[in-house]
Design a binder for this molecule. Structure first.
Ligand code: G4P
Length: 282
């Protein structure tokens, strides 16, 4: 199956974002901590040229902790400011302010040398679907002092969330696509729910996920669904269905239901903290 779908409405959203980017000083790039390679837009360095940059590894609560540390080091080695995050958690917002300041340090210094004082840094959140962009903006907005009106050069109707310490955040995120040209990365994006499930063959996706888990996290599969390393795809789905008592009329295991709850279980972390991308392979 090819996972390289890129719908027309995203192309439109992309062009709108390019407009917004013209007035942005700081690009806040949101990645999924479980797949920082696959969820990273391949053109992001071009988009972010000349801007201050901050990378956030979001959903860190769902990711393998030691692998997240490896990813943090990976980005630090590239001289990028990076932090891990749970965008839903209010306690992560304060350290986020510090990371934002760190990312803007050079820009503020440049402004100061040019005699520009008190000019706020304008920031924008960008990322692929489902990485937590809206969640982050909402968490931020709750702390915001005021919302400001339209700014020249920015699409009408957009608002800026004014934060302390001279920072303004655009209230609409930029929507990007992940590394869809890479088949394995595309599979991981589908698994994370960053592609529209309706266009995917969910059963095929789930079977591929089970195979991956049989190689790397067999214990989690055994615990949740009594799936062993020797089971073939159908046997594994039957086992999961029986374990959860998902039965069709006549008492046969309902494998469609099993596909649904297995993907759900992974996405919501019920199978444990699982990271799909390795920093060493990026
Ligand atoms: P988007 O704007 O980038 O498309 O993503 P959005 O904020 O809508 O978040 C997608 C889903 O991810 C939401 O769950 C949201 O709650 C969840 N989420 C965001 N950040 C984090 C995080 O750091 N950790 C975890 N565990 N989840 C996170 P949902 O089930 O689709 O919606 P909801 O029912 O939670 O509102």
């Amino acid at each position: 199956m090819a996972y390289n779908w890129y719908p027309g409405h995203m192309k439109k959203a992309y062009r709108a974002m390019e407009e917004d980017l013209k007035v942005i000083d700081l690009l806040i790039e949101l990645l999924d901590a479980r797949a920082p390679y696959s969820t990273r837009n391949p053109d992001i360095d071009t988009l972010g040229r000349g801007k201050a940059r901050l990378i956030l590894l979001n959903k860190a609560d769902l990711a393998d902790k030691s692998m997240t540390e490896e990813w943090l080091n990976y980005f630090k080695k590239k001289s990028l400011t990076v932090m891990k995050l749970d965008a839903r958690s209010s306690k992560d917002i304060r350290p986020l302010q510090a990371a934002v300041e760190e990312a803007c340090k050079e820009k503020r210094e440049r402004d100061r040398k040019r005699g520009i004082i008190n000019r706020p840094v304008r920031a924008m959140v960008v990322g692929i679907p489902n990485v937590g962009k809206s969640t982050l903006i909402n968490s931020y907005a709750k702390r915001a002092a005021t919302k400001t009106g339209n700014k020249p050069g920015v699409t009408k109707g957009k608002q800026w969330i004014r934060l302390g310490q001279g920072l303004e955040l655009l209230d609409t995120p930029g929507i990007l696509w992940g590394r869809i040209e890479d088949e394995e990365a595309g599979f991981r994006l589908a698994l994370l729910g960053s592609m529209n499930d309706e266009i995917l063959n969910r059963q095929e996706l789930c079977i591929r996920f089970i195979r991956l888990m049989q190689e790397s996290h067999l214990e989690a599969l055994r615990r949740a669904y009594d799936i062993t390393g020797e089971m073939g795809p159908l046997e594994a789905l039957n086992s999961a269905a029986l374990k959860r008592n998902a039965l069709k009329k006549g008492g046969l295991p309902d494998t469609d239901k099993a596909v649904g709850f297995i993907l759900d279980d992974f996405r919501s972390g019920r199978l444990g903290a699982i990271t799909l991308d390795r920093a060493a392979e990026a």
